[in-house]
Design a protein around this ligand. Structure first.
Ligand code: SF4
Length: 378
C-alpha cells in the first residue's frame, strides 16, 4: 500500500506525494503540532522503489481507462469520474489521476526532512523516480537547516544532478533567542550556512518565515534578524506563514502560563512591515501563500516590489479601527482575499451583520471571536 504523510507546503498542492521517511526526526519545535504523537522512522530504498513501481502501474492503469473511453491516454474530468477502484487504493488512484489531470509534473518528497537520508540513497531514489514515472518536471522536499549544514557542497550537487529541484526550509526566525526558546534546533548561523549551500549547489530554495513567532517581547528583533539572515542567503522564495497556536502545540502551555505573549493581528502586520523594510540587496520572491496570513496580497519580487508590499501593510494599518475589524472578520471568515474586498457592499453588509449579532460590548471579547475564527484554519 502507498503511504502518505500528513502535510506538504501550500505551493505543492498539485504535487504527487512520495514518502521517503516517516514523521519528523527532530519533533521538538514548540509551535509545531504536526508530528508530536508520532515517532520518526526511515524507509528502505527497496521499499520506496517498490512504491514508485506501484505509482507507475497506477498511472498506466489510469491511462488505459482513458484510452478505453476514447481520450487517447489524456486525463480529463470525464476520465477521473470513471475511476472507481475499491478499497484502500481508491484515494491514491484519484490523487494520481488529479496529478495527471493538472499536468504540472511536480513531486513532493515527504515527510519533514528527507535530506536526513544518506545522500547516496536519496540520489538513487531520485534517479529511479525520474526513470520510472514519465512527465516529472520538478521534485521538491522539506529539509532542516541543521541537517543541510552538515552536508557537503558535492553531496548537494549530486542530489541536484539526480533531480532534486527545490528545497523548502522551515527557517521560521533568524533571531537566536527565538530559535532557542522555540526549540527549533537550528541557529541563525546554521540557517545562513544551509541556505547558502543550497544556493551554491544551484538548487532552488524556499525559506519559510513565521511572523508572530517573537511574540510581544521579541517582535522587533525577530523581524530584523530574520531579514538579516535572508539578506545573506538571497533565497529564491521567502514564504510567510503567520503563527497560530493550536492546543496540541506545546507552545500553547507557554502562552497559558504567560511565558509568551502573542501579538494580535495588527501587531503581526507591523512586524511584517518592519521585516520587509529591512530586506535589502536580494532578488527573492516573497509570497504570503498560506491561509494563516491576514494579508495574502503582500507578495512580489525584490527589489522592485518592495514599495508595493510595504504599501499593502501601510494601507491596512491606516484603516480606521472599524474597517480593520471588518477586514479581519471577512478574511478569517473566508470571504476576503484582499483589501479591495472592503469595497464589496454586499459582503460588507453580511460581515457587519455578523459583528452586530455577536452582541459583545468589550474590545477583548471581539478579539477573542476573531481569534476563534482564525484558529479554524489551524
Ligand atoms: S522540524 Fe519542522 S516538522 Fe519537525 S517539529 Fe520542527 S517545525 Fe515541526
Amino acid at each position: 500500500m502507498i503511504e502518505q504523510g500528513p502535510i506538504r507546503p501550500p505551493s505543492e498542492s498539485k504535487s504527487l506525494l512520495l514518502r521517503l521517511t516517516r514523521n519528523c526526526p527532530w519533533n521538538k519545535c514548540l509551535f509545531c503540532p504536526v508530528y508530536k504523537e508520532t515517532a520518526f522512522s526511515r524507509r528502505s530504498v527497496a521499499e520506496i522503489k517498490s512504491e514508485i513501481d506501484e505509482i507507475g502501474e497506477i498511472i498506466e492503469d489510469i491511462q488505459r481507462i482513458s484510452k478505453k473511453l476514447g481520450f487517447g491516454g489524456k486525463i480529463t474530468a470525464t476520465v477521473i469520474s470513471h475511476i472507481y477502484p475499491s478499497g484502500d487504493r481508491a484515494l491514491i488512484y484519484r490523487q494520481i489521476a488529479h496529478w495527471l489531470y493538472f499536468g504540472e509534473g511536480s513531486v513532493f518528497l515527504q515527510d519533514a526532512n528527507s535530506l536526513i537520508m544518506r545522500p547516496e540513497d536519496l540520489a538513487e531514489i531520485l534517479h529511479y523516480l525520474r526513470e520510472t514515472i514519465p512527465g516529472i518536471r520538478r521534485i521538491t522536499s522539506y529539509a532542516r537547516s541543521r541537517t543541510l549544514a552538515r552536508r557537503t557542497l558535492e553531496q548537494l550537487v549530486m542530489l541536484r544532478e539526480a533531480g532534486l529541484d527545490r528545497i523548502h526550509i522551515g527557517m521560521e526566525s533568524g533571531y537566536d533567542p527565538v530559535l532557542s526558546f522555540m526549540q527549533k534546533g537550528s541557529t541563525a548561523a546554521e540557517h545562513v550556512k544551509a541556505g547558502c549551500l543550497v544556493k551554491e549547489a544551484s538548487i532552488s530554495l524556499s525559506e519559510y518565515v513565521m511572523p508572530g513567532l517573537g511574540g510581544k517581547l521579541w517582535w522587533r528583533e525577530h523581524a530584523l534578524a530574520t531579514a538579516d539572515v535572508l539578506n545573506q542567503i538571497n533565497a529564491d522564495f521567502i514564504r510567510l506563514r503567520s503563527l497560530r497556536v493550536p492546543k496540541s502545540a506545546p507552545l500553547s502551555e507557554k502562552i497559558e502560563t504567560g511565558e509568551m505573549e502573542l501579538l494580535d493581528d495588527d501587531g503581526v502586520v507591523r512586524e511584517i512591515r518592519l521585516f520587509i523594510e529591512h530586506l535589502d540587496g536580494i532578488t527573492s520572491t516573497l509570497a504570503s501563500d498560506h491561509i494563516m496570513n491576514l494579508l495574502e496580497e503582500i507578495s512580489g519580487t525584490l527589489p522592485e516590489d518592495k514599495g508595493k508590499m510595504l504599501a499593502v501593510a501601510d494601507r491596512y494599518l491606516a484603516l480606521p479601527e472599524k474597517e480593520r475589524l471588518i477586514y479581519k472578520v471577512g478574511r478569517w471568515g473566508g470571504a476576503y482575499r484582499s483589501l479591495d474586498d472592503l469595497e464589496d457592499s454586499v459582503l460588507r453588509a453580511k460581515i457587519e451583520s455578523v459583528i452586530h449579532q455577536w452582541n459583545v460590548d468589550e474590545a477583548g471579547q471581539v478579539d477573542e471571536m476573531i481569534k476563534e475564527m482564525a484558529d479554524q484554519y489551524i
